[in-house]
Design a protein around this ligand. Structure first.
Ligand code: 5GP
Length: 190
């Protein structure tokens, strides 16, 4: 079996993929390194530049696109850019860790195509669109418009789930983490 050193998590916003990833990191210390993406969206109060994202102006982001510095990038929401910098992959590979990606569905499919059998891709499925809306409202990090954008996009995202190696239904966070851990054990061949 080919040794896998990449795990990709994709899902509609509010599905809980970031929570699952955080729990996996705690359960598997020193195994993963998170691929820190670049984004042109404004920083939330609880986020740290260089830890959660590299926050760039749209102008700087576009200059890096022109300079071919991205492995992949997407305009995930209207006018808001997200992308994986090639340098980020080199940084993690140098540490010999498994790279964990938290990217949108298009990014997830692109990264899987690039790394093929070295990567395992996981789609985190919310129980329903109503539950997605409820979670985004509870999280209270987004404006009304941003929640509406995210819900609108979720139909397209849900229709892409079959393109992933695995789907995890997240209606119970403990069960979802246990399923994610099983996939990780397989990747680590243990
Ligand atoms: P948020 O604004 O909630 O942090 O992220 C919005 C969406 O952008 C999520 O689906 C997240 O996974 C996705 N995203 C974050 N970083 C990247 C990236 O580097 N590339 C792509 N394609 N999507 C990303």
């Amino acid at each position: 079996m080919v040794k896998k050193d990449i795990v990709i998590f994709s899902a509609p916003s509010g599905s809980g993929k970031t929570t699952i990833l955080k729990r996996l990191f705690d359960l598997n210390p020193d195994v993963f390194d998170f691929s820190i993406s670049a984004t042109s969206r404004p920083k939330r109060n609880n986020e740290i530049d260089g830890k959660d994202y590299y926050f760039l102006t749209e102008q700087d982001f576009r200059a890096k696109i022109a300079n071919d510095e991205f492995l992949e990038w997407e305009e995930v929401y209207n006018g808001i850019l997200y992308g994986t910098l090639k340098l980020e992959i080199e940084r993690i590979r140098a540490n010999g860790k498994i790279i964990a990606f938290d990217v949108d569905v298009n990014g997830g499919i692109s990264i899987k195509k690039l790394f093929k059998d070295n990567a395992v891709s996981v789609f985190v499925m919310p129980p329903s669109v109503d539950e997605l809306r409820h979670r985004l409202e509870l999280r209270a990090t987004e404006s009304k418009e941003s929640i509406a954008d995210r819900i609108e996009r979720s139909a397209m995202e849900l229709s892409m789930s079959s393109k992933f190696d695995y789907t995890i239904l997240n209606d119970d966070i403990n069960l979802a983490v246990a399923k994610a851990q099983k996939i990780v054990d397989e990747v680590l061949q243990r």
